[in-house]
Design a protein around this ligand. Structure first.
Ligand code: KG4
Ligand code: ZN
Length: 415
């Protein structure tokens, strides 16, 4: 090969490499990891408007979150049209804030990731419409995100957790147990048959009028119950743990809510007060409710661990349970679950509360994971629909039920 041809071949290769770098990577700015791809994540599936910009190492370059909690506390629950209006009023600002804080111009983004399922239809619609306009305007790839997948994988942004691992997601809209085997590969072991634990705790808190309690007026229902339970005795109320005789990993909280409501009514009659009055035994009711929720979650999780072990679904080396979702910030529930993970030899990981509740960061991270693997990345002009209901992964609940794993009764009671 002549020197001239060699020079031209080398120049061609260099040119190709530079083109590749230009297409798939962004130029670094001072203080940033060189050539990292950047993802903007947008979350509007329920009552939080969130946005964040992440690089592909998981570093959060900028984020913004608008919570509607206070409004919904005042109206006594989420009214879908109110949630939608608030998302509309805030989404532009929240996204701009996240971008400004990151110092990233939209032209430097590698993709935009947005929650499109599951969630409240009117809320999902706002995030999706905004995102589709944004990606078309800036000619960026779009990554539709499953909200529960994002909750499940957030932990991988914070530390090294290899697939597969078991995950328990408990929030205001969901409770489920699944094995996470890959970015888009989940086995669903159990889900709620009626309402979610956070929803149930929110309803109990409203029934107890905890918003009138001086320490609870700004707390979520679950947060208020956790706080009051600290000074309560769960033994004062005899609540039955749901589905004790059903040997699967599904959850039910509606019956427990009825049990709690009955106890409240009985106490109101005894104390001769109207519904809406703060009961003197409110701490004990909170403690009993929290304890029973924790027992139910722990029993189902214990069975899921045994099912995974029996079927070789978790690695023998560092098997892991990840706990996430808004209810996972509850310390009592974490402690109760940790007694089971200790007993069965699993490591229990729980992201900090900030990452357990809804936010734009977890959506951006899921976008990063998908971008790395080249999964579910769409050109900007593809029309995407939102899906209020969407199952997570392959449904294994029938197999779990058929296995009918019985648990030894546990005497140890957490303090
Ligand atoms: O994940 P999240 O922010 O939103 C979704 O539902 O997707 O979870 C919110 C839920 C609410 O129902 C709230 O009452 C509950 O999480 N929650 C708690 C605690 N903090 C928030 N539940 C129990 N204990 C807590 N400390
Ligand atoms: Zn959530």
């Amino acid at each position: 090969m002549s020197l001239f041809t060699m020079f031209h071949t080398k120049a061609k290769i260099l040119h190709r490499l530079l083109q590749f770098r230009h297409t798939f990577r962004c130029s670094p700015s001072p203080g940033q990891a060189p050539y990292s791809r950047l993802v903007l994540g947008i979350e509007t599936s329920c009552d939080d408007t969130g946005a964040a910009v992440l690089d592909e190492t998981g570093e959060i370059l900028g984020e913004s979150l608008h919570s509607q909690k206070e409004v919904h506390l005042r109206t006594g629950g989420i009214i879908p049209t109110v949630a939608q209006q608030l998302h509309r009023e805030n989404i532009e600002r929240v996204v701009q804030e996240a971008l400004q804080r990151s110092g990233v111009d939209p032209s430097r983004l590698s993709a935009v990731a947005t929650t499109v399922k599951p969630g409240m239809a009117l809320s999902l619609a706002v995030g999706l419409e905004f995102s589709q306009r944004f990606v078309r305007q800036h000619n960026k790839p779009f990554i539709p995100i499953h909200h529960m997948e994002a909750h499940a994988l957030t932990v991988r942004m914070l530390q090294h957790v290899a697939f597969p691992f078991l995950v328990l997601l408990v929030s205001g809209g969901h409770s489920l147990l699944a094995v996470a085997r890959g970015v888009d590969d989940f086995l669903l072991l159990g889900h709620t048959l009626d309402e979610a634990p956070g929803d149930m705790l929110d309803k109990v808190a409203r029934r107890l009028s905890l918003i009138k309690h001086p320490q609870c007026s700004t707390l979520s229902g679950g947060g208020a119950i956790e706080l009051l339970a600290k000074d309560g005795d769960w033994r004062r109320f005899n609540l039955t743990t749901p589905l004790g005789h059903v040997h699967d990993c599904c959850f039910s909280f509606a019956g427990l809510r009825s049990q709690v409501n009955m106890s409240i009514m009985k106490k109101e009659a005894e104390e001769g007060v109207e519904p809406g009055t703060l009961l003197s035994c409110v701490n004990d009711i909170a403690a009993a409710t929290q304890h029973t929720v924790a027992s139910h979650l722990t029993q189902r999780t214990h069975r899921a661990i045994l099912f995974c072990k029996a079927n070789g679904l978790l690695p023998s080396d560092t098997p892991t349970l990840v706990l996430s979702g808004g209810v996972a910030s509850n310390q009592y529930i974490r402690n109760t679950l940790s007694s089971i993970t200790e007993e069965t030899g699993l490591r229990l990981l729980c992201p900090p509360a900030k990452f357990c509740t809804d936010n734009g960061v977890m959506i951006a991270w899921n976008g990063v994971e998908r971008l790395r693997e080249g999964k579910g990345i769409l050109p900007p002009h593809v029309d995407v629909r939102y899906e209020p209901r969407a199952q997570l992964g392959v449904d294994m609940t029938a197999e779990v039920k058929a296995a009918a794993i019985r648990l030894r009764s546990r005497k140890k009671i957490p303090k």
